[in-house]
Design a protein around this ligand. Sequence first.
Ligand code: PBG
Length: 328
Amino acid sequence: MVIRPRRLRRTQAIRDLAAETRLSPSMLVYPVFVREGRNVVEEIPAMPGQRRWSPDTLPRILEQAARAGIGGVLLFGVPERKDPEGSGAWAEEGIVQQAMRTAKREFPDLTLIGDVCLCEYTSHGHCGVLKGEGTGRTVDNDATLGLLARTAVSQAQAGADIIAPSDMMDGRVGAIRSALDGAGFQDTPIFSYAVKYASAFYGPFREAAGSVPAFGDRRGYQMDPRNAREALREARLDLDEGADMLMVKPGLPYLDVLRALREHTCVPVGSYSVSGEYSMIKAAASNGWLDEERVVSEAAVCQARAGADILITYFALSLAGWMREGKL
Ligand code: PBG
């Protein structure tokens, strides 16, 4: 007998019954930018609709996130002062630490994920401290590990429920795990940006977070877009060091990598739809060239179909709304 799949496409109800991929708000993570100051809600020009919030205005957006029933928020700090070490990243009164304390107090049930990296806090904009002189300057992997571990502990002390290192230094998951354990945070999971490519799609984020490298680029520590097998190696190393969840970043251009991770590991895998993916859709939609709701929904479904258990996206609040309305 011949199977005819199109029978399963006859009505919306049958299509829904037969769907292989189903999404829910609990799989969504919303990235939020926090900056210093009071009473600030600042538009991010390259990311229309996204804003930087000061600690006192932050509850407004967190309330929307809590009401949307999403899986968590990912906090990024935009500090006023920077230095070569990035000491603002682990300061007790650092911008993210202030934000975490406010968020925990006002929305104790909202899962807080702390992005751990130094690039927003270093005067040179690289993800770690530097060694060498002049044009020979490079990021000092091993000297950076202790600083990342301090940052992770200070975020956990301020209320972070999950620690997400995005710096791409080798050995950082192990360093962070042992520092968290030593400080009494044995139960705090690590969501590793294990597979983070050196991508031009991060452009708008670097404007949003003020983290453009002052010289060179990040190709010395982020992955080469030509490599997929290497992603499995990165993932395995992070799992051996104690990562609880893994992330692939960017999202849509790397679905093959996402699928490979889903097939070769057993932990939850996240797909990060980065700033450039957001801004492209926004720009096209504002010109009337794309239907924003349909494109964003399709992109989310495709990442889930490719293997994402978790979707990190600047469209999280819109997506949650469309899901509640039964549109996807
Ligand atoms: C920090 C970090 C970056 C992003 C997340 N964490 C920027 C970078 O690596 O340059 C990018 C997120 C986005 O583009 O949405 N290292």
